[in-house]
Design a protein around this ligand. Sequence first.
Ligand code: PMP
Length: 355
Amino acid sequence: MFSKRIKNLKAYKTETSPAKIKLSSNELPYDLPEGLKKRIQEEIAKIPFNRYPDPYANELRQILAELWGVKPENIVLGNGSDEMILNLALAVGEPYEGITYPIPTFPMYRVVADSLGRPTYEVPLKPNLELDEERFNRVLENYNPALMFISYPNNPTGNLFDRKTLDRLRKKVPLMVSDEAYFDFSGETYINEAINPSENVVVLRTLSKIGLASLRVGALIADEAFIKEMFKVKMPFNVTYPSQVIAKVVLTEGLDFIRWAIGQVISERERLMNELQKMEGVKVFPSKANFFLFKTPYDADLVHQRLLEKGVLIRNVSYLPNLKGCLRVNIGKPEENDIFLEKLYEVLKELEKEL
Ligand code: PMP
């Protein structure tokens, strides 16, 4: 009954172990302030629940356009940027034309390509976690993929790939997708290129990393003609009425809070990375995101498990190519980061004695 393609897939797994301190999903560590939640309640109460939402999400697109310095016509919204990844794979190129991306990266590029039966060309990063331009060139020249996904900064490695390299590579592929889920923490973007019809880049953004992961609102930004095509494949009512209403309240009345929270995460990122670097044998990798990679001299499964036993959940990424021994942690509140540092120190001391 099911296609072989689907039988060969595995359902997406996220770490759900309950933990006092959760630093595993790259979420913003701060919930919305009570005053803002009250305002959301008032606005939610006004929703006509028997009605479908605006399929164009016009009011929300207007607000986002102003924030991002583009026109509403440059934006199509998705149920998370995940949905826009799927829609891009549905719409760009022919089904038999491939999709390429570096690995390790965000797993959804592969999931959508596999679900649609599109060939994938995975190009391992160099050991220094930069793009392997030569290998990429060979893939682009030999297989002519239709689409190149670049997580910018890259999840799970945290780094921004060299822009000049990206600009050279994208000349050899019909479309590059700059997935800027972590833009608010990196400040680097392809948005100016994305709205220019003579450039072959589109941008993905999301509200998930800036405090609204629960809403599932993501965006694709491109030139107007591109967006018009994307509206043809979009499910009409993909962004729910409550999500549109809540996002509008937060992105107007809650902007000071969001900006404060982003600033906190960025300054805590520098502090946490510095503190971790001081621990003996620990290597910290550069990051422009709200998370970073680190490596200890011990088995990553063991470090991950021992931290969990002490109430701290982070992400074990050690099974991914080039990431042997690596763990990924996202930035928490200052007090959570302190507990993470303290518990990690304890784990490393225990393992040093035991092994
Ligand atoms: N792209 C990247 C690089 C991500 O890391 C994530 C979330 N982990 C997403 C896209 C998906 O985000 P959303 O919640 O908007 O679907």
